[in-house]
Design a protein around this ligand. Structure first.
Ligand code: AMP
Length: 280
């Protein structure tokens, strides 16, 4: 695996790959890699000739400074996981390379996609995500880019960004990879204390219950049940919503329930966890 810390080194290798008509796949990450990230690389390997992964802890998408400062870093293990999974090139840019002279690039408007759930509770988060993805797409110009359904709202925003600004890059969704007990894999799980780690399975189990409840109970009742579950736990529920899987319009009882997903965010102590599930 080639490691490119600068845009120049990356561009030289990519030029060569493109001259040889290789299909380029791209997997952006913030490091502290786990099997969820590995599944994105594996999917990219299936569809592409040359796979680029980036590790960049993007400061503009953190609305909470402590979360940025404490974001886990496991550089050596990350490189081992990537080489083992068959990644061809690891791009590890500096902040200056991504945001030269502190310029964050143009601003985007994703309409209602960015005003609900994560957008509502993490002000500025999606502006930061869009800034970094746009910049990385400009530098790499991938044929395919792979994003996890774990961050489902991000996936829809990136699809919109690509449609309007990078029409030659196809966004490929990859299913959520979970621990054996159902907890969605996340870099932040490394920071969970043992008791919170055990209790964090409540997010996934609540989502699974929701699958059974929809059709039997009203959305209002389901939301009350979810609040009750969390009140009996040590986790703090931030939001629980059922939304249309394409538009993210939050559903109420009078809305059509076909093609919807349930979304949840909760705090386990200081660690914020998110998860979602298809209800269709
Ligand atoms: P991150 O490093 O957390 O910014 O994530 C980089 C990419 O990996 C994003 O597209 C995430 O949605 C994806 N990802 C993170 N965790 C998982 C998971 N458990 N399953 C599938 N994809 C994931």
């Amino acid at each position: 695996m080639i490691i490119a810390p600068t845009v120049k080194q990356l561009s030289t290798v990519l030029e060569h790959a493109k001259q040889n008509s290789q299909v380029v796949g791209f997997v952006p990450t913030m490091g502290a890699l786990h099997q969820g990230h590995a599944s994105l690389i594996q999917q990219a390997k299936l569809q592409c000739d040359f796979v680029v992964c980036s590790i960049f802890v993007n400061p503009t998408q953190f609305n909470n400074q402590a979360d940025l400062v404490n974001y886990p870093k496991t550089e050596k293990q990350d490189q081992q996981l990537l080489s083992k999974t068959g990644c061809d090139l690891l791009f590890m840019p500096s902040t200056e390379a991504i945001y030269p002279n502190n310029y964050f690039g143009k601003t985007f408007n994703f309409g209602s996609l960015e005003t609900v759930m994560e957008g509502k509770h993490r002000p500025g988060h999606f502006a930061g995500v869009a800034a970094v993805v746009n910049r990385l797409f400009d530098i790499i110009t991938p044929d395919f880019a792979f994003f996890g359904e774990k961050d489902y709202q991000q996936l829809l925003i990136v699809k919109e960004l690509a449609k309007n600004n990078h029409p030659n890059t196809k966004i490929v969704p990859v299913p959520i990879v979970r621990e054996k007990d159902g907890l969605a894999m996340s870099s932040r799980n490394l920071r969970l204390s043992e008791p919170f780690r055990k209790e964090s399975t409540i997010l996934y189990h609540t989502l699974l219950q929701c699958k059974n409840w929809l059709g039997k109970h009203s959305i209002k009742t389901i939301k009350e049940k979810v609040v009750d579950i969390f009140e009996d736990s040590n986790l703090e529920l931030e939001y629980f919503e059922i939304a249309n899987a394409n538009t993210l319009n939050i559903l109420s009882d009078k809305d059509e329930k076909a093609n919807c997903r349930a979304f949840i965010a909760a705090y386990a102590g200081k660690i914020r966890l998110i998860d979602n599930i298809s209800l269709s």
